[in-house]
Design a protein around this ligand. Structure first.
Ligand code: NAD
Length: 268
């Protein structure tokens, strides 16, 4: 980012436009996680946070970040373990009584299935990928709905491989396509409650999840070469767009996929 936009962003952040808002962020693994960029921007804009960690092994990496973010709720959440997501929402209900924002920034597929061709993927691998990366967002929406009587914003992270074939994205392509469809149906079903639902689709970012993709560095190089803006996006860029989607500035937006990719996805 050059200096001038950075100054403007600082001024915008001083607005504290999310003051009094309560946001659940699921998907922080470390300081490189997209979810961390989103949580940091939400916090800088004044939101109170609930942050989760996958399990005891992951906890030491996330706890200092949750502290720095002043998270009011810090709880374990493996969406594959029955009852854990429910327990997070129960803690939110006890602590806050309501919720304004829920951000889903998680994905998983067994390595063999992720790195092989879709045509060779196992039924079990596909099922696991779909459940953790997609249906868990449906469950999140179901649990968030009663805590959002005045409306709210639900968001999930997608990727361009949902809509176009990106070599090596493999079975995650169809899984993200399902996720974007889920976003549309949830937007339809929850719209009358003023709960808006968004997919956010970042360009490639060097994170732990991305390191599981074969030849990911090629995607990064291509993104710099081919994106009209000519720079990689960073996790703060994603956070700023996610924050915008939660504000009244986006009050008539729902069900769509917002790209944060420097224009990469418009290129042939
Ligand atoms: P990351 O590794 O930092 O985050 C992935 C998160 O998923 C981790 O926090 C991990 O603990 C969580 N997770 C995996 N299995 C889980 C489970 N069973 N229960 C709960 N959490 C679980 O990587 P990231 O790149 O920040 O990924 C976040 C999201 O962004 C993913 O949906 C990913 O597909 C998407 N995305 C990433 C990129 C990229 O280039 N990095 C681009 C577009 C979209």
């Amino acid at each position: 980012m050059n200096d001038q936009p950075t100054d403007l962003i600082k001024t915008a952040i001083q607005s504290k436009i999310l003051h009094g808002k309560r946001a659940l962020v699921v998907g922080i693994a470390n300081e490189h996680s997209i979810a961390y960029g989103c949580a940091r921007i939400f916090r800088q804009l004044g939101a109170d946070l609930a942050v989760t960690y996958l399990n005891e092994k992951a906890k030491p990496y996330i706890e200092p970040l949750a502290k720095e973010l002043g998270a009011s709720v810090f709880a374990p959440c493996d969406v594959a373990q029955s009852g854990q997501l429910e327990s997070v929402f129960e803690q939110i209900r006890e602590t806050w009584g309501s919720l304004d924002i829920a951000l889903h920034s998680i994905a998983f597929a067994p390595r063999e299935d992720l790195q092989g061709r879709l045509v060779d993927s196992s039924s079990e691998g596909f099922k696991v990928a779909m459940d953790i990366s997609c249906h868990s967002f449906v469950r999140m929406a179901r649990l968030a709905e009663p805590l959002m009587p005045e409306g709210g914003t639900l968001m999930a992270m997608s990727y361009h491989g949902a809509n176009k074939v990106v070599p090596n994205y493999n079975l995650m392509g169809p899984v993200k396509a399902a996720l974007e469809s889920v976003v549309r149906y949830l937007a339809y079903e929850l719209g009358d409650k003023h709960i808006r639902v968004h997919a956010v689709s970042p360009g490639p970012l060097k994170t732990r999840a991305a390191s599981g993709l074969k030849d990911f560095d090629v995607l990064l190089t291509e993104a710099i070469e081919r994106a009209p803006i000519g720079e990689l996006v960073d996790i703060d860029d994603v956070g700023l767009t996610a924050a915008y989607l939660t504000t009244p500035f986006a009050r008539r937006l729902t069900g769509t996929t917002t790209y944060v990719d420097g224009g990469l996805s418009i290129m042939a």
